[in-house]
Design a protein around this ligand. Structure first.
Ligand code: AHM
Ligand code: MG
Length: 336
């Protein structure tokens, strides 16, 4: 057996990001990989908390509600503050936006080196925490705009999703998996707990063009637009060819399955919530970026998600995301 056979053959997420930068952006300074390492560090810490949640007193609600009027879980706060702390040390992060914070956190407004804005849902699907169901972290990275007057923070933040420079998610499940894109495909890593590093397991992930799964909270059926109800009737017929329904209620987990196996996920508007439930900036945008980079599609039923011009920090959007053919199929039923 030669030395070559004994050399460990794996790539960590940091190595992967640096390799890709060398290939595609040879003049890059490495500051972007430094930023992403802040996110991976935070998610490793969150994964550890999630795994031990039942052993220490961090399950359950804090008794407070957030800006979206949702019950805040203790782990929501831990995840939020962990990401804030890990990114706070990165000189190039100027602004942070979180689902859990009413307002953006301005870290270094006047420092021109701090050109990145990180937007995140620290713990998506947090109503599933107490029952040991998969949850996740979603993040989106933008750059500050040029020529914006001092103090106009929202002008930097409210940019359409196609301006994202990177996006990703981490799912805390039977294993902890991270997927990210910088616009050059989607790459997936599994956290190896024995060495505390995310190791590459799939490069250039492609979403199947079709799938046999639809994913929606069908309990709200009577509140959905008529076209969505028509789709829900059709999808159960013999003509449709045998779809199955899967709905975990954690967007990250429902999306992760859709990315790997194909299918479609829908969170349509309802007559009570005309913009649906999911948030544009840190839920729909990053997952839409990943879906498109993997060959899938994401719309709000009418418009491409990545083209939507946001007008508010915690803006909601309907979401139709998944395999190209499946999204088009739903869209045929769901006409404006
Ligand atoms: P959260 O970010 O507060 O956890 O809420 C978003 C979650 C998504 O993960 C999931 O797709 C959706 O809410 C489920 O909502 P519903 O219970 O209405 O089906
Ligand atoms: Mg969420």
């Amino acid at each position: 057996m030669g030395a070559n056979d004994l050399t460990p053959k794996f790539r960590t997420v940091q190595q992967h990001i640096l390799d890709r930068q060398r290939q595609h952006h040879p003049t890059a300074t490495g500051e972007f990989s430094w930023l992403l390492s802040g996110i991976t560090l935070a998610t490793k810490i969150i994964a550890d908390h999630v795994r031990r949640a039942g052993l220490v007193d961090i399950l359950g609600a804090t008794g407070e509600t957030n800006v979206q009027d949702e019950e805040v879980q203790k782990l929501d706060i831990i995840a939020n503050e962990t990401i804030a702390a890990c990114l706070g040390y990165r000189d190039n992060v100027g602004i942070m936006v979180s689902e859990e914070d009413d307002e953006p956190r301005i870290l270094k407004e006047l420092d021109s080196l701090a050109r990145y804005i990180v937007l995140f849902d620290p713990l998506d699907g947090s109503s599933n925490i107490d029952v040991n169901v998969s949850i996740g972290t979603i993040f989106s990275i933008m750059q500050r705009r040029e020529n914006v007057a001092a103090g106009k923070v929202m002008d930097h933040i409210l940019q359409p999703g196609y301006k994202q420079v990177a996006a990703g998610y981490v799912i805390y499940s039977s294993s902890t998996v991270m997927a990210y894109t910088t616009g050059e495909g989607v790459h997936m890593f599994t956290l190896d707990p024995s060495i505390g590093a995310f190791r590459l397991n799939r490069e250039n992930v492609r979403m199947p063009k079709r799938g046999k799964t639809y994913s929606i909270n069908e309990a709200y059926r009577s509140r959905f637009p008529a076209g969505v109800q028509d789709y829900l009737d059709w999808v159960k017929t013999e003509d449709a060819g045998g779809y199955g329904l899967r709905y975990i209620g954690s967007l990250v987990a429902d999306f992760h399955r859709t990315l790997l196996k194909g299918g479609v996920f829908l969170y349509p508007p309802t007559n009570k919530s005309p913009k649906g439930k999911l948030r544009l900036l840190y839920e729909a945008n990053p997952l839409a970026f990943i879906a498109e980079q993997a060959g899938g599609m994401a719309t709000d039923g009418q418009q491409r998600i990545l083209d939507k011009a946001p007008t508010a920090l915690h803006e909601r959007t309907p979401l139709l995301i998944g395999s190209e053919e499946e999204v088009k199929q739903v869209a045929e039923f769901w006409q404006p």
